[in-house]
Design a protein around this ligand. Structure first.
Ligand code: KG4
Ligand code: ZN
Length: 333
């Protein structure tokens, strides 16, 4: 794809209606309309409510994004959209809207895997990032260590055998009434806490690079059920200790994989990569081992459509990671 062309991207796999427009490497618009207020009262994303909200909002967001970029629909050279994995009803809204736009202007439609979008996200701010690199992808549904030997050549070194890292934040936050989504809520509360106050496990799995978070969540909830008031544990100490256990667990396997592969470049992505403690530890790992590090800024770590644009621009469309999730492009022709 020619680099000065205008690309319009859609990402609606969960509870953000996101639209981005890029001209070559320049990000013209990055609209992210969150449904947090709608789902907050349920303590989690309700799929039917999410797809309905996408359907209600997408048209207005599309027009306001075009206006902000000072463009007409005829200025668009190509369209890109997430085709999975995600909530099917939500994906369908963005996918069909994107497909209709592409059809109406007779321009190509690129369908991008959501996790490949996260993997490509550092390219938005660092267009020169090149493989080989090792990336840590941590979202609400996935936890993956991926070795990118060449663009398009992805080796899944580790994944979670139960909950994803984001789920571990979200579920505990719901249990404690800390807020939704759980990751940012726990990070905020953890700021004034002592991360070594409570001794929580760093779960191991049989496979050295795989993750498991459900035991950690159970250990944390059991701790709360049996808490001794004399221990004077604050909410902040509890949140900081829990956050530290997740971050440590992520870093233990990732560090091992860095050493094993001998890569010189590392990166990351997905909503949990917005976490300041995790970013700090990723940077320490890079500094201590003289590695180049490419992290998308926090706003581009969580779901956005700019990552879908850069993935399509760089022909990073299909996914070898195959985790049995739905891909709309194989269903809706
Ligand atoms: O990538 P993402 O935006 O959506 C999915 O593809 O799932 O990731 C969402 C996840 C949620 O579990 C959310 O709690 C978590 O990312 N998250 C964070 C932070 N910001 C978002 N987790 C920890 N710290 C954060 N600052
Ligand atoms: Zn995501």
């Amino acid at each position: 794809m020619s680099k000065d062309k205008v690309i319009l991207g859609f990402e609606t796999s969960c509870d953000e209606t996101a639209i981005a427009i890029m001209r070559g490497e320049e990000l013209l618009v990055n609209t992210i309309s969150s449904q947090v207020d709608i789902h907050e009262k349920f303590g989690g994303v309700v799929p039917e409510v999410a797809s309905r909200a996408h359907a209600e909002m997408i048209r207005n967001i599309f027009h306001s994004s075009l206006n902000s970029a000072n463009l007409q629909i005829s200025d668009i050279d190509s369209v890109a959209t997430t085709d999975g994995p995600g909530l099917v009803g939500s994906l369908v809204v963005g996918y069909n809207f994107a497909k209709s736009i592409a059809w109406s202007i007779d321009k190509p439609l690129y369908t991008v895997d959501h996790m490949v979008g996260h993997l490509a996200a550092p390219l938005i701010e660092n267009p020169n990032m090149e493989p080989p690199f090792l990336t840590l992808l941590v979202s609400g549904g996935h936890t993956q260590i991926v070795l990118v030997e060449k663009w398009g050549d992805y080796k899944l070194m580790g994944t979670t055998i139960d909950d994803a890292a984001g789920e571990a934040f979200d579920k505990l936050s719901r249990f404690c009434g800390f807020g939704f989504p759980g990751g940012p809520a726990i990070q905020r509360i953890a700021e004034s806490g002592n991360p070594s106050k409570i001794n929580l496990p760093r779960p191991k799995t049989k496979h050295e690079y795989n993750y498991s978070f459900s035991g950690l969540k159970t250990a944390a909830t059991n701790f709360l059920k049996n808490i001794d008031p004399d221990d004077k544990i604050t909410r902040a100490d509890f949140a900081a200790s829990y956050q530290e256990a997740i971050v440590d667990s992520l870093m233990i396997n990732f560090t091992k994989a860095v050493k094993e592969t001998g890569v010189k470049n590392i990166s990351g992505g997905g909503g949990v990569m917005a976490n300041s403690r995790l970013r700090e530890k990723m940077n320490i790992l890079a500094n201590d081992n003289n590695l180049e590090i490419f992290l998308p800024s926090p706003r581009l770590s969580t779901d956005n459509a700019a990552m879908i644009c850069v993935a399509a621009q760089n022909d990073l469309i299909t996914n070898d990671l195959k985790e049995n999730d739905v891909r709309l492009s194989s269903i809706i022709k």
